[in-house]
Design a protein around this ligand. Structure first.
Ligand code: PGA
Length: 285
């Protein structure tokens, strides 16, 4: 026999629990992913005299609805570090996993923090071996670097992407490769601190952009991998940028895809059209 009043108590309990569940669902729905666009200047420009012009392109971006960052070449990072009043984050293109000391040719997150920076990009395909005589990073060094970066209290843009031979085998092969590139970092993913930049290697600097449908399918697949191997909450909140010949002309169509949360822009980040890419995704989301 139920105690007197128990029915009423459990009814109120259910009502309260239902209310909490609805509020939690609303909070999740409201937590739309804020777009994020980065400009990767790579090893450009060839003269300091051009830097102020490039800085102006970034400074011209309306950042009210979109996070913006810029990756100057290592030698120009310090010059750029205090030049943005629109909130653009200066984000170096690499870091080590050992800090300061006897590491010739390296730069540390401690030095970046000292210059007021709070974010660093790692894993670009050009450092994974797309040029030069050997890969400067692999999935293991990158996982070590990501842990070091997060432990130091910095944020990270982590690049992944497949070469053309894998894309030609189809989406399943691409996602299998994305799983390989993400395997060692699933447990480190934190949507507030890590942005994933998906950059198909065959699209970088070639003028060949992934079609919006192909890019969407790949982003969705990456999100599903993260959901399965990290958590649904991380997958839902983490931002995944598209990179590879993104420009002002194709940004609107790509931005319309639900799993594309931003862009990592190479060539077009050296041009005034960069602000139009930021505007396109700000309008779409
Ligand atoms: P791209 O470069 O826009 O020139 O293709 C993108 C990147 O490598 O980050």
């Amino acid at each position: 026999m139920p105690f007197a009043g128990e029915g009423a108590t459990s009814t109120s309990y259910l009502r309260i629990a239902g209310g909490i569940a609805a509020a939690a669902a609303a909070a999740v729905a409201m937590r739309a992913r804020r777009p994020v666009v980065g400009g990767n200047w790579k090893c450009n420009p060839d003269s300091m005299s051009q830097l102020d012009g490039l800085i102006k392109n970034i400074q011209a971006c309306d950042t009210s609805k979109c996070d913006v960052y810029v990756c100057p070449s290592p030698i120009h990072v310090a010059y750029c570090s205090d030049k943005f009043s629109n909130g653009a984050d200066v984000t170096p293109q690499n870091c080590n996993f050992t800090g300061c000391g006897a590491y010739t040719g390296e730069m540390s997150v401690e030095q970046m923090k000292d210059l007021g920076m709070n974010q660093v990009l790692i894993g670009h395909s050009e450092r994974r071996g797309e040029f030069g005589i050997f890969p400067m990073d692999d999935n293991t060094t990158l996982a070590t670097k990501l842990k070091y970066i997060l432990d130091a209290g910095m944020k990270c843009v982590f690049c992944i992407g497949e070469p053309k031979e894998i894309r030609e085998k189809g989406l399943d092969a691409v996602l299998a490769e994305m799983d390989v590139q993400l395997k060692q970092i699933y447990s480190l993913l934190d949507a507030d601190k890590v942005v994933i930049a998906y950059e198909p290697v065959w699209a970088i600097g070639t003028g060949l952009t992934a079609s919006p449908e192909d890019a969407q399918a790949t982003h969705k697949g990456i999100r599903e991998l993260i959901s399965k191997n990290a958590s649904a909450a991380v997958a839902d909140a983490i931002r995944i940028q598209y990179g590879g010949s993104a420009n002002a002309a194709n940004a609107a169509d790509l931005s319309a895809q639900p799993d594309i949360d931003g862009f990592l822009v190479g060539g077009a980040s050296l041009k005034p059209e960069f602000k139009d890419i930021v505007a396109a995704i700000s309008a779409a989301k």
